[in-house]
Design a binder for this molecule. Sequence first.
Ligand code: HEM
Ligand code: HEM
Ligand SMILES: [Fe+2]
Length: 449
Amino acid sequence: MIAYKSQRVAYPYFVVALLLFGLQVVMGIWLAINYAFTLPQALVNVFPFATAREFHTNLLVLWMLLGFMGGTYFMVPEESRSELFSTKLAYLQLIILVGTGVTALIGFLFGWTQGKPLLEIPLPLDWLVVVGALIFLFNVGMTFIKAKNWTMIQGTLFAGLASLALLYLFGMPFYKNLTIDWYYWWWVIHLWVEGAWELITAAIMAWILMRITGVPRKTVEKWLYVEIGLFLFTGIVGTGHHYYWIGAPRYWLWFGGIFSALEPLPIILMVWDTMKHVKHHEGEVTNQVVWLMAIGGSIYHLFGAGVMGFAHTLPQINYYTHGSQITVSHGHLAFFGAYALLNLTVFYYAFPKLKGVENFKSSIGKAAFWITSISMLFLGLAFGVAGVIQSYLGRVLGIGYMNTQAHMQLWFKIAIVCGIVFLIGVIMFIVDLLSIKSGGKKNITVAAS
Ligand code: HEM
Ligand code: HEM
Ligand SMILES: [Fe+2]
């Protein structure tokens, strides 16, 4: 049951996000095939690795941002106890963002790209993204202002969303000096995933935990203070773990490495606190799939981002592993653990409510959670082994790039297998969620006041 009519705008956001997730994964498998086999040149000419990689990573960013935005639109009315400021603006924003995304993908096919990984879309399209982001912030902000019902969750969420938009601006210009270009590239990439997105995740997680376990607001909200403190402290100073290769002063070597290691702590502590609550109060968890994903996601987040991030964050190690498949391994485990699972947590919480289904149970969802989580673990491991081979042969022994690649190919073949299993899990998620049948016409419980 949803409490406010305007929460419905979240649905199309979620559906588009899910479908793009599927497409992203197909592209991932295609990338691994490119590494594992030598493909006919004619094929490479029309769809080169770089283009496929642009598809894979930009689809990733797009679907996750749409998921966050849908999640925000779903959560804001209930949290602020008022309908959204404008549902029309929310739909307009979706059209602008998806339209920009599709244009960007077609553009990539014709070489229309700015060339920075994950932020390849060219400047004119960047401006459209800015318009979409401003509409979003305006809509959410106005809802809060009109409702006059501020909570810590709203504050954290809004801080995350505003910094997400602000940081995007640093990736827009192209600096002719490539060192400077990469410097600001990290301001977007690092401060997004280790700053802004963490705030958004913490806020959404706090809200969902409260809803499904009945844990008191103050228990989860106290971790949001910690999260904001860490964002300002470890997130921003942690940017230094990307400064080894950009000519920044030496003190960043240690600052960056040590501070960044603390980042994922607040969320895991929040979940642990909630678990304690559930145990002590013998509380009833209302939606088991969501609970599984929330716990699983927090642990995976800690592992993929915290542990695997720490594994190469110290300068003595990063010296050898920078930009290798070790980085790719961490990128996959962190993105999946932290943000794919957060999005799925939100989808599994919101879909049944949007469809008016009570007591939702999903064995397919649980199975898909385990299939994707385990296959991603092995995928990360395969990339990791490839990365150790690459760092050792290429960087320690100084063997040539392509000769080193030849020794890594077996691990990309293994990655293909893991990828196919992962894709099966993703298809299960998509089918499971999209096939939830409407539980009746009247699926709004409380009329908006
Ligand atoms: C959820 C949070 C995180 C996500 C999604 C994430 C994702 C990524 C991605 C995709 C890259 C590769 C960027 C590229 O070169 O293309 C990267 C690089 C890196 N990450 Fe993370 N990360 C997260 C948190 C962390 C944390 C907490 C640490 C440290 C403890 C860390 C340490 C690093 C380091 C050192 C690099 C640079 C690797 C290199 O020099 O090639 N990350 N991260
Ligand atoms: C079927 C599963 C997948 C396969 C086989 C796969 C494969 C790949 C490959 C081969 C690359 C290129 C690495 C390079 O340039 O050397 C890549 C990049 C990337 N993929 Fe995937 N991928 C899959 C799923 C995913 C998922 C589910 C996510 C996120 C949740 C993801 C996030 C990324 C990121 C962030 C990068 C850029 C990494 C970096 O710059 O270091 N991939 N993927
Ligand atoms: Fe970072």
